[in-house]
Design a protein around this ligand. Structure first.
Ligand code: 5GP
Ligand code: ZN
Length: 134
């Protein structure tokens, strides 16, 4: 099946593009969780950060900063959450790299970080550290 974000990039599917440069496009998420929820996407089709080349990652994150500042200036956001889902187990649904830029407003009802702090688990950091570092 053809990639839906490649179609958006080529203009074959309508989207609300709020930023574009040589390497990157940013458009409003069709299912926003807050006003201005945006997806920043490289024009080159790569699946996610795990298979992207460093140049693509760098182009995307430079654009993420520009988009975040644009949303703060134009929509009066007070902060942003930046989220990238890589892999199906991490809830990636569209397999074309995209970074969610979610503007945050004072007293909005988004509980992202509140949620993850509520499920913190006790675990042996020493054991995990040894597995990673060898
Ligand atoms: P993820 O793959 O990180 O779970 O999220 C994919 C995101 O793409 C979702 O937030 C979804 O709302 C958004 N999305 C899926 N299809 C379209 C589309 O056709 N247009 C736009 N603008 N967003 C889309
Ligand atoms: Zn694609």
């Amino acid at each position: 099946m053809e990639c839906i974000f490649c179609k958006i990039i080529r203009g074959e599917i309508k989207s609300y593009k709020i930023y574009e440069d040589e390497h990157v496009v940013a458009f409003l998420d069709i299912n926003p969780i807050n006003p201005g929820h945006t997806l920043v996407v490289p024009k080159k089709h790569v699946e996610n950060i795990l298979d992207a080349d460093p140049e693509t990652i760098s182009h995307v994150f430079i654009a993420v900063q520009k988009v975040a500042k644009l949303l703060m200036e134009k929509l009066g956001a007070k902060g942003v959450n930046i989220i990238h889902n890589a892999g199906r187990e991490a809830n990636q649904e569209i397999m074309h790299l995209h970074v969610h830029v979610i503007p945050r407003y004072s007293k909005d009802d988004i509980k992202l970080v509140d949620w993850w702090r509520s499920v913190v688990k006790k675990m042996d950091l020493e054991e995990i550290y040894r597995k990673i570092i060898g």
